[in-house]
Structures are given as C-alpha cells and as structure tokens.
Write a protein that binds this ligand. Structure first.
Ligand SMILES: C[S@@+](CC[C@H](N)C(=O)[O-])C[C@H]1O[C@@H](n2cnc3c(N)ncnc32)[C@H](O)[C@@H]1O
Length: 374
C-alpha cells in the first residue's frame, strides 16, 4: 500500500483546496479540516453513509447534485474509491499495462485518476452528474492530468464511443435499475455492451460495496456474464457459477488493511464510521476468447474468508478450481512447513501441497506445505 498511500497523500491538499473554493471558504490547512469545516463534512458523510449503506435511500438518486453531499463525497469517498481502485489495479494491470481507461459512473473521478496514477496514459470519465464532472475537470486542471469528460446516462444512452484497454465501473452498478425485477440482467447487459468497447486483451473492472446485498447482486451479474462469454479473471480462479451464491448467508469481498490519511480518519471519527480496512467486491472481467487459461491446479486457493473460529483448528474458506471449500489445520498438526496457514489473510493466493479430504472440506496435515503464489 506504500505507493498508494504516498500518491493519495499528494492528492489530499488538492481535494481540500478544490473543496474550499467550491464551498467559497477561505484557505485553510493542507492536510485537515478546521473544526467548523469538519462539522459540515461529517454531517454530510453521515447522510451519504446512511443513504448508500443503511436504508439505501440515496442509491440511484441525484445526490451528487447537492453541493454539500458532493463536497463530502470528494473529501471522504473519493480517497476511499481511489485507494480501492489503486489496490485492485495492481493485480489487474500486472498482466498487461493499460494505455487508455473509460471510467463509467465516474463521479468526480477517483478511479479515473487512480488509473492515471497507476500508469494509464489517458482517461475518459463518464457520468450523468455534470456537477461531479465539473469537479473532476477542476481536479484534472489542478494536476495537469489528461482527462476527457462525457455527460452520459447509463439508463438511456449507449456506452461512449471508442476502444479502451481498461474500462472501470466503480460503485455504479448497484445504483442502476434499483428495485426492478430484471435489474441483474440489465446490469449484465450494460457490462456486455461496455466489453464491446475493449481493445483486444482489454479488461473491465467492476467495484461494488462489500455489503451482503450489493455483493451478491454483483456475483449474480458475474454469473449472467459467463453465459455471454465474459469471464472473471481476478480475483476468481473458478470460472463456473459463483459458489458463494449457493448459501443465502454467503457473499464474497476483498479486504485490505490500511492506514487512511488523517483527513479521512478525522471524518470517519466525527461521523462515527469504522474504516480501518478497505472493503469491496471487485471483479475484473475479460472476453473468454482472450482470457488467460484458467488454472486447473486443484491445490491453488484464493482465501475468501477471515480466520473462522473453530475449536482446536485453524480454518479458512478457500476458492479455486474445486469451487469454494473449507480448509483447516488442526493445532496439533502445525509444523514448520504449514505454519504460514495460520497467518493467512483474505485475498491471499496460496498453493497447498499434501492435504486430505475431510467431511466437505480439506484438512492440512503435518507434512503439508503452504506457499504463496506470486
Ligand atoms: C457512488 S458514486 C461512484 C463514483 C465513483 N465511480 C467512485 O467509485 O467513487 C455513483 C456515481 O454513479 C453515477 N450514476 C448514477 N446513476 C447513473 C446513470 N444512470 N448514468 C450515469 N451515471 C450514473 C452518479 O452520478 C455517481 O457519480
């Protein structure tokens, strides 16, 4: 996270300066809000948080057109989305560098700027809120970033023209066709149409909130896309229907520990939010015909849970060529070669050598080896 935190800390004075000018406030500290500023922002962040996570009354509404809410978005959710996208792009762009990005539902552009900072040459940001796009334009001018802006409504306009090596769709999908019985298939249709704008070998990245409801809806959309020849290439190893959907209580998300910048920590504290980790459901897709071959190695697993409480055992859920499966190691079987198992974290990619099937899961043995897959 070091480079991400460093780059983000370079953005904070710009966000604060742009916010103060938009709110017609005098200049202030470069890394934090003054107490009266913090009061306004925390109030609005509380409203957004309740409206997008709790009752979801703001989801799908034009909250970006309210200057106080847009301002709060800029100072709190913008850095959050930026950090999420930078983290995921490390994996998504590891296989091939992207030269151009189309950011759908960009808001004030955190993901477009994250892609530019990750090495993309040019970004286009598309959103239906012209206020959010204006803010993205101001940020681009401040930083001299190559950003084009497109007024675009997902509900009734075609995907913007052009070919892109990367398309990002961050925290937009769950706001579309909300409450409609065919929402999942409409969302899958949008992603399918967007994929037609990928250059050969291009990737489309969806990021969604890690709530049970939004995460499961994203996984359902993932499954619809399989039928359209669009496959998940990260973080999923399993290219069949998502096994997390089998049980109503399951969902799947990434979680990355980080130290948020002071500005975010102050706002989170003031608004009573706990943001000690970045949480999201993120999936990168490719056209199946261009995707790298899937792994058939049934000893490779993505860890998809935190450590699960279990008496006398260390336990995680893993997902791989076998689907989603419990992995466990009895405390009495911990040895030098498998000790790493107990220190695993959600998202780790591991190869386990030497285990036995036990019940509906896999049990590691004293001789098991646990290695990280690069
Ligand atoms: C939660 S914000 C996400 C902003 C940014 N992508 C991020 O990750 O922080 C959702 C964005 O989707 C936009 N949006 C919602 N419905 C839309 C639609 N029908 N067409 C285009 N944009 C839409 C909103 O204006 C808002 O900027």
């Amino acid at each position: 996270m070091d480079a991400i935190v460093r780059d983000l800390s370079g953005w904070i004075p710009v966000l604060l300066d742009v916010w103060r000018r938009a709110r017609r406030l005098p200049e202030g500290p470069r890394d934090r809000l003054l107490p009266h500023e913090l009061r306004e922002v925390t109030q609005a962040v509380r409203k957004i948080s309740a409206g997008l996570t709790g009752g979801r009354s703001l989801a799908g509404t034009r909250y970006m057109d309210d200057p106080r809410l847009l301002g709060a978005y800029l100072l709190y959710y913008w850095p959050n989305s930026y950090a999420q996208a930078r983290h995921v792009l490390r994996f998504v762009m590891a296989a091939s560098r992207a030269s151009s990005v189309l950011d759908l539902g960009s808001g004030p552009g955190p993901v477009a700027f994250a892609a530019l900072d990750a090495g993309v040459d040019h970004a286009s940001a598309a959103d239906r809120s012209s206020d959010a796009l204006d803010l993205a334009r101001t940020l681009a001018v401040e930083r001299g970033e190559p950003l084009s802006l497109l007024n675009w409504n997902a509900a009734n306009q075609p995907v913007p023209e052009g070919k892109f090596s990367l398309i990002t769709v961050s925290h937009l999908v769950n706001e579309l066709w909300l409450g409609q019985s065919d929402a999942v298939s409409r969302r899958a249709g949008l992603i399918e149409r967007a994929c037609a704008h990928l250059e050969p070998g291009g990737r489309l990245l969806v990021i969604e909130p890690a709530l049970r409801e939004t995460s499961r809806a994203a996984l359902e959309m993932r499954d619809r896309l399989l039928d359209k020849g669009i496959v998940p290439v990260w973080p999923c190893l399993f290219r069949e229907k998502c096994p997390a959907l089998l049980k109503e209580s399951d969902w799947c998300h990434s979680e990355i520990a980080w130290e948020p910048p002071r500005l975010m920590a102050d706002i989170a504290k003031g608004a009573g939010l706990h943001k000690e980790a970045l949480k999201m459901t993120a999936i990168a897709f490719m056209r199946a015909s261009e995707a790298p071959a899937r792994t058939d190695d049934s000893c490779i697993f993505r860890i998809v849970s935190e450590p699960l409480a279990s008496k006398g055992r260390q336990r995680f859920m893993g997902c791989g060529a076998r689907g989603r499966i419990g992995l466990s190691l009895q405390t009495k079987h911990i040895t030098e070669s498998n000790r790493r198992f107990g220190r695993l974290r959600r998202g780790d990619l591991i190869r386990v050598e030497g285990f036995e099937e036990k019940g509906d899961g896999l049990a590691l043995l004293p001789e098991s080896r646990v290695d990280f897959v690069p």
